[in-house]
Design a protein around this ligand. Sequence first.
Ligand code: BES
Ligand code: MN
Ligand code: MN
Length: 458
Amino acid sequence: MSPSEYLEQNKALYEAQLTDFLSIGSISIDPACAEDVKRCATWLADHLTSIGLPTVKIYPTPGHPIVYAEDLSAGESAPTVMLYGHYDVQPTDPLNLWTNPPFEPVVRDGKIYARGATDDKGQVFLHVKAIEAIYKTHGKLPINIKLLIEGEEEIGSPNLAPFVRENAELLKCNAVLVSDTSMFAPGEPSIVYGLRGLAYMEINVQGPNRDLHSGSYGGAVQNPLNALATIISKLKDEYGHIMVEGFYDDVLALTEQERADLAALGHSDQRLKQDVNVDTLFGEEGYSSIERLGARPTLDVNGFLGGFTGEGAKTVLPARAMAKVSMRLVPHQRHDDIANKFINYVKSITPPGVTVDITDLHGADPVLVNRDSPAMHAAVKALEETFGTKCRFTREGGSIPVVLIFDQVLGVPTVLMGFGLDNENAHSPDEHFDLGNFHTGMKAAARYYELVAEMVPA
Ligand code: BES
Ligand code: MN
Ligand code: MN
């Protein structure tokens, strides 16, 4: 029996097991969930042991644990692939907008609904099952495999980055594989060759020492919310151009060839508008949507806090205001450098009468991967054979902080072979994962491991 036939026979079982995995509320940012995050790591480690991986370890960190497993029994003549993914998930708020509770998975219309379904538990789990199918049908793997599944991706991988640097020998491999990205469109298998970076900032504005009566003091004392609005209004102009000084200094321009390649993907603005229900799109002038999404940097306010927001009217001049602002970065911008530029710029535009405090919450450096490595060719072949259609090359707007670190520390190509879809509500209520892609993804993964054995030198 082939791995693919074996996978076909076990669909129902694998969906049931995925349901168990998704039932654990491994929200990395919420201190109240720390025990659940730990339980999820243990669940995953136990599962990896149960499918037959000879070495499975849980590495504690100052934050959440790292799950690591390996099977090196293919020997030195075979290549080694390291699979990276994350078992942590985003918070669930706003909870009232979920049709079903986020950690009680349900299947509707061929999709499984739960927090983490597409990002990234479903995508991690399909690899686990692909490996199991190879064990069950061939008795052993054609390659050496290392699995590195972390619990802190959604908070910027603060402990994985040093772990990778300190354990370069342990993680030595010929290629890294990541399934934590989206396909260009349903039915169109895709490889992502670029990820944006991130600089996520918090701005705190402090005005008077207490909330003031807006009649007694308004007009003579600076209002922190007005001041913050002024600051925000100067971050980006009406043409979508970011005004932070020096922001574009290191931006790698798109080549004509790349612009042509991206245009040829046939991205539909109409579909994008329908997907998010807006009548006009907005972005940096002079660029198409697909370029704006993957290859151009951007800046967005993620949240505002301040003042009176209860029912009715209360006349008050608030003492404080806060905003969270994220910037998506592209090569060769650097998270640290952009964070500094942002801090200096915001200080320079802060109106008088308030003090401002700016914190760099977390970030990631952007990355472009080699499109021409043998590991990449194996992935393209596996996807095209399994999906029966041409593979697309795209750049994604999201970030995976550790990918650049793999590149720097391990010096091997990373393949981003994702099976999610952009409209599967990652980070949002009613997150789901298409079960068709779950099952086809498993077959593609199993085929990838076979092809790597033939195509990637050890
Ligand atoms: N899987 C995503 C990254 C992603 C999103 C890739 C969309 C491709 C398309 C990942 O889990 C994620 O959400 N990353 C965060 C990074 C962070 C919290 C440092 C992101 O992009 O916001
Ligand atoms: Mn993810
Ligand atoms: Mn995510």
